[in-house]
Design a protein around this ligand. Structure first.
Ligand code: SF4
Length: 704
């Protein structure tokens, strides 16, 4: 039984989704600790989660009132909510009247709660009449969404965290969970400590902290993942380490997978990947001999110009070995953000429709149109993240509404994004913090309530839906994002937004899922509060949830089989290196920072780990450039430059360098912003940017 002043909630950082107990004392001071009863973390929290109380109580950077400027030459001034919403509606109406509904767009975040995601999606697709609603989740897992749809017929993660303790082989590719999903990785480590026969294979051009627990580190050249996975597939097929019965009964397109896998010999693949053929065979052996095999991946596969090919070639390994729909097995895409999965449920992307319905399917569109009672929904996908900023630059998009994300720091080719926002006719930024550099480009700033200041739901990486209660009041005049959205919709004159609370929004979302693969019509806020978290689907109100999908080996495809896919591209299609830019830059996260540091940057304790941006460079490359550890270097690409200190080691491959992505301005300039130099090439299907590969050169900084 919880004490009256203790509340159960969920961490607002990563997609692991740890349970937190928040205690509020008599003076209103908050403390946090891991929830020992929550099935995800069983009381554990990582450094970021442990320090959430500081973030929640530090109001120094908070946006307290709506602020507005009448034109770009005028300063921002405080206004009332009525004035702010009137202005937003008036400008949106006038732009839509003049240029049509596709001249406006919303760019939102995987940190939004499901109810907020649902509302902005309904507002945009169902009432404004454009599909221009996309999210920063496009930057982290849209390639996995496409991979799952192609393989199992739906964007559906088949397994649970509880499968970790039932598995005896993990292939962790393009991910550093020891730093980026720490509590999940701790579960893998503890499982291996108890069961030394458990094998961990890590695929990464860098020797990260995750490699410390690995039995095998495949330090491949960036962009060669598909070649590696195909080589493993070839070995499994040749050595008859495949599940023939599963393939025959429950899969389609095996021949396409085989043909793709046999394009290269294992020796050729090893040469192209820059690793030994024996190591490829060893990895394949671990997988082929496993009783239960889990593949796990994040940005290293997803953030690629061939991200979908990387995803399907990895998923092929689970299908070949029949390692899906059974205990301890399956392909497991880890989400980076706390509610990336919830956003996918409500169709919160330009290419998706609510409740996992298909935007291209006229029957699905009709169902949603009738349910919402709004305008006809367009069949063509709207502008995706990078396309939205391109369209602002070209003038096709006139107005953008940014919610809870900081594209000025997080988008690739950041100077282009700055230029695009300067060109926009009208920019609305709805956020909690002035620390977001994007607020500087806003014509209208709307103060949003933050974590603990509003209620709603989130879904973590294992499809687990949890309720987050309101514990404290929002500062100043900040409002919950959902309330801001429904006030705007009402002002626009749209019906169907007369909500009294977010519980009503959630009920509507749940009802819309009825009869679909993600049916959660058995859920409500009340049930989540009373009974705790559930994994979807939860099709009726006594259903206990679904920890594992496909136990019956019936997949969500039309033929109910899982589908092998020949990767569209085997060879990388990224920007080419050249004599001028001979090194490959890859970007990523560090342990104690989160996204663009609008929250973690405020916590002194988190700055003790890595206080400033840096470039990781191999000793050989550093030597050739006369750089030693701690020197300042300039990293240049065709798009711009970054200036940071170097960390010299042998942990990163030669000709590869790494920059963390979190920093924007350092010492009041943008020299630490990795995205000054990244490129905005995208995967042609998932439209996810190629953050993990661009051509750069590094030179020593000499004081003028
Ligand atoms: Fe929060 Fe992720 Fe750390 Fe868990 S692992 S405490 S969800 S940041």
């Amino acid at each position: 039984m919880l004490k009256k002043n203790v509340h159960k909630t969920i961490c607002s950082y990563c997609g692991v989704g740890c349970g937190i107990l928040v205690e509020k004392d008599a003076k209103g001071v908050i403390s946090v600790e891991g929830d020992p009863d929550y099935p995800v973390n069983k009381g554990m929290l990582c450094s970021k989660g442990k320090n959430l109380n500081y973030v929640a109580q530090d109001l120094s950077d908070r946006i307290l009132y709506p602020e507005m400027r009448w034109s770009r030459n005028h300063p921002m001034q405080r206004v009332s909510w009525d004035t702010a919403i009137d202005r937003a509606a008036a400008v949106f109406k006038s732009i839509i009247e003049k240029h049509g509904p596709d001249s406006v767009g919303f760019y939102v975040s995987g940190q939004c709660l499901t109810e907020e995601y649902y509302l902005v999606n309904k507002l945009t697709k169902g009432f404004i009449g454009t599909n221009n609603i996309d999210t920063n989740s496009r930057l982290c897992m849209s390639s996995a969404v496409v991979g799952y749809k192609k393989t199992v017929g739906e964007d559906a993660v088949p397994i649970s965290y509880d499968d970790i303790e039932l598995s005896d082989c993990f292939l962790i590719a393009g991910a550093n969970p020891a730093w980026c999903h720490p509590i999940l990785f701790r579960r893998i480590e503890m499982h291996k400590e108890k069961n030394p026969n458990v094998k961990i294979i890590v695929v990464d051009p860098r020797k990260t902290q995750t490699c410390a627990s690995a039995d095998l580190h495949l330090q491949i050249l960036p962009g060669t993942d598909v070649i590696l996975f195909n080589a493993i597939a070839r070995w499994l097929i040749e050595k008859k380490k495949i599940d023939k019965s599963f393939i025959k009964k429950h899969t389609a397109n095996f021949d396409a997978c085989k043909e793709s896998a046999f394009q290269l010999s294992i020796r050729q693949a090893a040469d192209l990947c820059g690793i030994s053929a024996d190591d490829i065979r060893k990895a394949a052996q671990y997988i082929g001999n496993a009783k239960a095999f889990i593949s796990m991946w994040t940005m290293g596969l997803n953030q690629s110009v061939i991200g979908v090919s990387k995803n399907v070639s990895l998923m092929n390994l689970s299908l070949l070995t029949g390692q899906i729909g059974k205990p301890g097995a399956g392909p497991f895409s880890l989400t980076g953000q706390p509610n990336a999965m919830g956003g996918r449920e409500v169709g919160g992307m330009a290419s998706l429709l609510a409740a996992h319905r298909d935007l291209g399917n006229p029957h699905h569109r009709k169902e949603i149109e009738e349910f919402w009672g709004g305008k006809p929904i367009k069949s063509e996908p709207g502008l995706t993240a990078t396309e939205m900023f391109d369209a602002l630059d070209s003038g096709k998009l006139k107005a953008i509404w940014v919610i809870c994300t900081n594209p000025i720091v997080s988008m690739p080719n950041a100077h282009k994004v700055e230029k695009a926002l300067e060109k926009a006719s009208f920019v609305v930024v709805q956020d909690i913090s002035h620390n977001s550099e994007t607020t500087k480009y806003a014509d209208l700033v709307l103060p949003a309530a933050g974590w603990l200041e509003k209620d709603g739901t989130m879904t973590n990486s294992e499809r687990r839906i949890s309720y987050l209660p309101k514990v404290i009041d929002a500062p100043g005049e900040a409002l919950p994002d959902a309330e801001i959205l429904w006030k705007f919709a009402q002002k626009m004159g749209f019906t169907g937004f007369g909500y009294n609370n977010v519980s009503e929004v959630y009920d509507e979302h749940c009802l819309l899922t009825k009869g679909t693969e993600i049916d959660i019509s058995g859920l409500s806020h009340q049930r989540l509060i009373k009974e705790g978290s559930f994994q979807w689907p939860v099709p009726h109100n006594t259903h206990k949830g679904t920890p594992r999908l496909f136990s019956d080996r019936r997949f969500f495809t039309n033929d109910h089989k899982s589908h092998f896919n020949a990767p569209h591209k085997i060879y990388n299609q990224s920007e080419k290196t050249s004599p001028e830019f001979p090194l490959i830059l890859t970007t990523g996260r560090v342990r104690d920072q989160w996204h663009t540091r609008t929250k973690t940057g405020k916590v002194k304790r988190l700055l003790t780990h890595i206080p400033e941006p840096y470039l990781e460079i191999n000793k050989v490359d550093a030597y050739l450039r006369q750089l030693k550890d701690g020197d300042v270097a300039i990293i240049k690409s065709i798009r711009g430059q970054v200036q940071v200190k170097v960390k010299v080691n042998f942990d990163i491959r030669e000709r590869v360098v790494f920059l963390p992505m979190h920093w924007g301005k350092v010492l009041n300039n943008d020299f630490g912003r990795a995205n000054n130099i990244t490129n905005d090439l995208v995967d042609p299907v998932s439209k996810e940017p190629d953050f993990k590969y661009c051509a750069v050169e590094v030179v020593k900084y000499e004081k003028p």
